[in-house]
Design a protein around this ligand. Sequence first.
Ligand SMILES: Nc1ncnc2c1ncn2[C@@H]1O[C@H](COP(=O)(O)OP(=O)(O)OP(=O)(O)O)[C@@H](O)[C@H]1O
Ligand SMILES: [Mg+2]
Length: 281
Amino acid sequence: MIPTSSPEAGLQPASTPTSAAFATSRRAALQADAAASPPIISMRGVSKWYGDFRVLDSLALDVHAGEKVILCGPSGSGKSTTIRLLNRLEQHQKGTVTVCGIELTDDNRNIEAIRADVGMVFQHFNLFPHLTVLENCVLAPMLVKKVPRAEAEARAMAYLDRVKIPQLAGQYPGQISGGQKQRVAIARALCMQPKVMLFDEPTSALDPEMVKDVLDTMVSLARDGMTMICVTHEMGFARDVGDRVVFMDEGRIVETDTPQHFFSAPKTERARSFLGQLISH
Ligand SMILES: Nc1ncnc2c1ncn2[C@@H]1O[C@H](COP(=O)(O)OP(=O)(O)OP(=O)(O)O)[C@@H](O)[C@H]1O
Ligand SMILES: [Mg+2]
C-alpha cells in the first residue's frame, strides 16, 4: 500500500525558495498547539559522561509535534551525542528522556518502539553498500515492522519518487553521488513512517552543488509538518525553516531563540563568536 496519511505523505516535489513568512506563521500556530499537547520529545536534566568527561550537562529541551529545531554549536559541543541519545544510539546516565510518550530506559522493548518512531539521517549516509537502494529502503520496514515485501517495495518507491530519485532503485550506493545517497537515506528513514526525523549535519559531507537538492528535500518535509531536529550550520535553511535555534557549547544549552533573533542578535558572547567564525568561513 502506498502511504497517503502520514505527515510526510504530501511531500511535494522540489520546493520553491524558502520563506521567512512561512516560518513565522507556522511558529504562531505551533505556540498555540504547544500549550495544548504534550511535547513529542522531552529532555529533563540530561547528563552523560565518557569516563570522567561530562559530554552533556543538564540538558532540558522540549520539542512539540510539527516543530523544527536547529541544533548548532562548535565542534565537540555535544550536538551529535544529544540527537544520538534520542534514538538510543547513546545512553544518558542522569535525567529523563521521553520520546513519543515513551521514557528511554534499558528496556529493549522501549528502544524498539522508539526506533520505529524516530528516523535518523547521518552525515555519512550509513547505507548498506551491499544492498541496492530499494533493498536499503525495504529492510527496516520488513524486519522491524513486519511489512510484507510488496507493500514495503511500493512504499519505498513512493518515497524514492518524492525525493526525486526513483530511477536509482536498482543501483548500489557505490554507484550514486553523495547527494543522491543522502536522499536515499532520507527516503529510507521515511519508509518507517516516523513521527520525528533527526538530521546530523546531512549536507556537510556533500559537494556544494549537491547541497541544494538535499536541503530542498528537507524543506519539503518541513512544510509537510514533519517534526524535525536538525544539526546543521546551513544558516539559510535554519532561518527559513527553523522554529527555534538551540545553541550548545561544552555540553550545555547556552542559548535558545528564534532563528531571526539568534542570527541577528545572539545574546551570549559564545554564540556571537561562533557565528562570527561561521560567517567568516
Ligand atoms: N565514544 C566517545 N568516547 C569518548 N568521547 C567521545 C565519544 N564520542 C564523542 N566524544 C566526545 O564528546 C564530545 C562531544 O562530541 P559530539 O560528537 O557530540 O560533538 P559535536 O557537537 O557533534 O561535534 P562536531 O560538530 O565535530 O560533530 C567531544 O569532545 C567528543 O570528543
Ligand atoms: Mg557531530
